[in-house]
Design a protein around this ligand. Structure first.
Ligand SMILES: [Fe+2]
Length: 440
């Protein structure tokens, strides 16, 4: 499993970089992002540090590269000015590290009771596969920001199933305790641990993510012009950044010729915004304003996880909404098989026990919650993995998106970002408290 996860990540890394010439790989396509050639060698450097040196106990191959590719020493905006490895030497470095890492893997015990927690259940190999896939997702976001002709292609997702139009708009999640987080998911990261009991009142949750159609109604209703729908910080940001629609959208010059009147740029292709797709590339402030306009609110992170994992019949928490089995294309839109989310109402087989759809895959979902440690949190294997990010600066996103690999996505997986960020593959769904007569 570990070898397959590492090899799948590497195929994707190379596919995302082999399609561009050296100049494009070295360019910075947005100040928010690293040059792709930085990500490339950074992936190899982390693999050298954790698999070759820490797990394998071997000497360093290129210790001189450590400071260059240390994400904490150089903010993304500064990375183009660094003396980075050019693409071909970076590829050779990646291959040399991988060859040694696979030898370490072949000799690794994979003993769940290993005294070394890095090696127990092959954790460190899973950690590095997730790390590479998370950079691949970031590189995919760089592709989306990049200007120029399309270089990535993928088939469109299948249309929504026949029952999508008849789904109840919201689903009742009954009051009661559930188990949040995990103790037994072998490759779960430190911030997903430990499992702990959380008791929640009943609440209503959108059955599917908020669609482009619904979001266009918010725009058409003056949502971006009305401060009353926005938090104070959100309105200040809306004005200062000039927000008026999701990132990558523009109005069609002949609005009557385009259903909904909006176009978007998606990986180098301009196309009408599909009305039945989940809205994508909105920041937390926009999601929050939409929810208020709709008379609702964003769900808390605990509410999201309860809806995604709690099985009312057994009282236990599942790995995924559909159960404990690994994701398949039928269950969820993950793994960059498509370059866009599936239409709202898709993947009925992947629904939660209560019938909520698309909690996993399609779009990352903003929650109302700040990124905070679970009670009993212990940093592992180093503080910079999660702990330094805890606090009110970051909001939690859950569920993964079409560009997230299954190895880096599960019912407990937590993502976090600044509330102004929109270049990530983020959307949302809304919730509301029960009316007094609905409390049960
Ligand atoms: Fe990294």
């Amino acid at each position: 499993m570990a070898r397959e996860a590492l090899e799948r990540a590497r195929r994707r890394t190379l596919a995302l970089t082999d399609c561009l010439d050296d100049e494009e790989l070295a360019a910075q396509h947005s100040r928010l992002m690293s040059p792709l050639v930085w990500d490339l060698a950074h992936i190899g450097n982390q693999e050298e540090i954790w698999l070759v040196r820490a797990a394998g106990g071997q000497d360093a191959i290129r210790p001189d590269l450590d400071p260059l590719y240390d994400a904490f020493q150089h903010p993304r905006a500064e990375r183009p000015a660094l003396p980075l490895l050019p693409p071909d030497p970076a590829r050779r470095y990646l291959a040399a590290v991988r060859e040694r890492a696979l030898r370490v893997l072949d000799a690794a015990p994979f003993d769940p009771d290993s005294a070394d927690p890095l090696l127990a259940d092959g954790f460190v190999f899973g950690m590095l596969a997730q790390h590479e896939q998370q950079h691949d997702e970031t590189m995919l976001a760089t592709h989306q920001l990049r200007r120029g002709p399309a270089v990535l292609t993928a088939p469109r997702p299948t249309p929504a199933p026949a029952d999508a139009a008849d789904l109840p708009p919201e689903t009742w999640i009954p009051a009661g305790p559930f188990s949040m987080g995990t103790d037994d998911e072998p490759w779960a990261l430190d911030n997903e641990r430990p499992a702990h009991r959380v008791d929640l009142p009943g609440f209503w949750l959108d059955t599917v993510p908020v669609s482009n159609r619904a979001y266009q109604a918010f725009i058409a209703n003056g949502g971006y012009e009305e401060p009353r729908w926005w938090s104070t910080a959100g309105w200040a940001h809306r004005v200062q950044a000039g927000l008026h629609a999701p990132l990558f959208w523009r109005r069609a010059e002949t609005p009557d010729a385009v259903e909904g009147g909006w176009l978007r740029r998606r990986f180098g292709v301009v196309e009408p915004v599909p009305l039945d797709e989940p809205v994508l590339h909105v920041c937390w402030y926009e999601a929050d304003a939409y929810a208020r306009w709709a008379g609702r609110r964003l769900p808390t992170e605990a509410e999201w996880e309860k809806a995604a994992r709690h099985d009312p019949a057994t009282g236990r928490s599942r790995r995924y909404p559909w159960g404990d089995a690994d994701p398949t294309p039928e269950l969820a839109n993950l793994g960059q098989r498509h370059l866009q989310p599936s239409p709202v109402g898709s993947h009925p087989a992947g629904a939660s026990p209560l019938g909520v759809r698309q909690l996993i895959g399609d779009v990352w979902e903003w929650t109302s919650s700040d990124f905070a440690p679970h009670p009993g949190f212990t940093a592992f294997p180093y503080k910079e993995y999660s702990e330094v990010f805890f606090g009110p600066d970051y909001k939690v996103l859950r569920g993964g998106a079409f560009g997230v690999d299954p190895v880096a996505c599960r019912g407990t997986f937590r993502n976090w970002d600044y509330p102004i960020r929109r270049q990530i593959f983020c959307g949302f769904r809304t919730a509301r408290d029960a009316d007094p007569e609905e409390r049960r």
